[in-house]
Design a protein around this ligand. Structure first.
Ligand SMILES: [Zn+2]
Length: 83
């Protein structure tokens, strides 16, 4: 009888562990609203991971901090230099 209880405990703790792992994977997959930098110019097409990216150094306009989703909505793509 004791063996069965031990097995049951083992099985339940194992499934709990799996749930925790799945939970962690979800968190990793779901990228939080990361801030990116864009040059507020009509000519610029990219958004930047770093504010000090050399792609941004050429920006003569205002540098805006937006979320990656917002940048994508603005039609920007990832900068090849800092991504
Ligand atoms: Zn860049």
């Amino acid at each position: 009888m004791k063996k069965i209880v031990a097995l049951f405990l083992l099985a339940s703790s194992f499934s709990l562990g799996q749930n925790a792992a799945a939970d962690l994977q979800m968190k990793v997959k779901k990228t939080p609203a990361a801030s990116v930098y864009i040059c507020d110019s009509k000519g610029s097409v990219a958004y930047h991971n770093s504010k000090t990216c050399r792609g941004l150094q050429a920006c003569k306009h205002e540098i805006k901090t937006v979320t990656e989703a917002e940048a994508t909505q603005l039609g920007r793509r990832r900068c090849k230099v800092c991504y």
